[in-house]
Ligand binder design. Structure first.
Ligand SMILES: Cc1ncc(COP(=O)(O)O)c(C=O)c1O
Length: 438
């Protein structure tokens, strides 16, 4: 396999109007690459393209709807693939291409497609790779909106689905035997309960039955986990989270072999939701510090998870970095860090939990995760308020569940804030009284 890495002389891709004839092949150039650590790749991969003037270290934003040609001869050379370029901005953009190469390098994938949101990447994958009449096996706790799309919308297009428990291999094997499965789709870790899937173990039976494996690795980030190296065919991200990292831009990407990405790309010509070049620039800028941010978030989240686990006002902590997590061994074997999201159940009901959340001073009460600012939310209130308590319980969303996304603030400040909010919760009439609270 050709692995994408920072290229000093990458050519453009030819994108004639009828679809991509070819996506870029990026070759490792060892003499140009003294270092290939993730830290160096986040900074350098995809940069120093031959179209970027030497007066600029930052990647320029190419805001143009189309490229122009010197003359008809040049148009013909382009059409025949002799002068590759992006003809029209819906098919691709040079600023975005830098970003795509950066992600390919980090994910150790041949190719990447960047689109305008994570959900856009998910829908592009599902529509392009699962034919009408096809079958999808997905995990029950995949991203909720992806699950709703598979269940309620793809079903209307003649695509059937089976939802399985993440670690019940028997259900997966049964579905593979019973149906002609086109795609196995899962999040690892999952949101918000942080279940982890043994990616290597599920990929083997899927491949032997001709099914592709796609992993939503958003909660891990490309720093902590590389699903393609574990056997997955595709890895996708809501780049809105760790990749952009600043809670200020929406984007999504999918990486895999050139063959698969070019299929998704050509379908995406019709979906028509490219990332705008300004957003690509912001994401590239955000990514320069992704390794530093994620490392800080990993450390803070692990330390807080350990603190919470010992606290008498906390009933349960969900974090793959804790030995008490049911898939801790799987997580340890396939992740280099466990991410910045920690979910936990406090000792109290819906209202006591609201009191805890409202007592926090540092984090914003907001959905999303992965940015510099810590965010907190109570899923029963924020994401699942429209669902009955019984429906929420069925999918494991208890009233007292809190999802904390740690930013890059100092651990001591966050810990002090959480401890004071737990203390404050004790004063709430909905909270069982405990003798002492750390
Ligand atoms: C795990 C996961 N995947 C995909 C998405 C969708 O991404 P976006 O909001 O960028 O469309 C989200 C959004 O929260 C998510 O959490």
């Amino acid at each position: 396999m050709v692995v994408a890495c920072p290229s000093l002389e990458t050519g453009y891709v030819s994108c004639p109007i009828q679809g991509p004839t070819q996506l870029p092949v990026l070759h490792i150039k060892p003499d140009h690459l003294p270092v290939i650590s993730d830290a160096s790749l986040t900074v350098h991969a995809g940069e120093k393209q031959n179209w970027i003037p030497k007066c600029s270290i930052g990647t320029p934003i190419i805001n143009s709807t189309a490229r122009w040609f010197e003359n008809s001869e040049e148009v013909i050379a382009f059409k025949e693939g002799r002068k590759p370029s992006f003809e029209y901005a819906r098919y691709g953009n040079l600023t975005t291409k830098v970003l795509e190469e950066k992600i390919s390098a980090l994910e150790r994938a041949e190719s990447t497609l960047f689109v305008s949101s994570g959900m856009g990447a998910i829908v592009a994958v599902l529509l392009s790779l699962v034919p009408p009449g096809g079958h999808i096996v997905a995990t029950k706790d995949c991203y909720w909106e992806a699950r709703m799309f598979i269940q309620n919308k793809l079903s209307q297009m003649g695509v059937s689905s089976t939802f399985v428990d993440m670690n019940d291999m028997n259900l997966l094997k049964e579905a593979l035997q019973k149906h002609k499965v086109s795609l196995f789709y899962a999040d690892s870790p999952s949101n918000p309960l942080l279940n982890c899937l043994d990616i290597k173990k599920v990929s083997e039976p899927c491949h032997s039955h001709g099914a592709l494996v796609c992993i939503d690795s958003t909660l891990a980030s490309p720093i902590n986990q590389k699903p393609v190296t574990l056997g997955a065919d595709l890895v996708l991200h809501s780049a809105t989270k760790y990749i952009s990292g600043h809670h200020d831009v929406v984007g999504g990407c999918v990486s895999g072999s050139e063959n698969l990405i070019s299929k998704i790309h050509s379908y995406h010509f019709d979906l028509g939701s490219p990332l705008v070049p300004n957003a690509a620039y912001m994401i590239i800028r955000g990514m320069k510090t992704m390794h530093l941010r994620v490392e800080a978030q990993n450390n803070t989240a692990l330390n807080i998870a350990q603190l919470l686990e010992k606290h008498p006002m906390v009933r349960h902590v969900y974090y793959p970095g804790l030995p008490s997590h049911p898939q801790h061994d799987i997580a340890t074997s396939q992740m280099s860090g466990f991410g910045g999201v920690v979910s936990f159940e406090v000792a109290g009901d819906l209202h006591a939990t609201m009191k805890f959340v409202d007592s926090l001073k540092l984090p914003y009460i907001a959905t999303s995760f992965g940015g510099c600012e810590s965010l907190v939310q109570q899923p029963a209130v924020m994401s699942f308020w429209d669902y009955s308590a019984a429906e929420r319980a069925k999918i494991g969303i208890k009233d007292n569940l809190v999802r904390f996304s740690f930013g890059v603030e100092k651990f001591e400040d966050l810990a002090a804030d959480i401890l004071q909010a737990l203390q404050n919760m004790i004063l709430c009439s909905h909270t069982p009284k405990l003798p002492s609270c750390g």
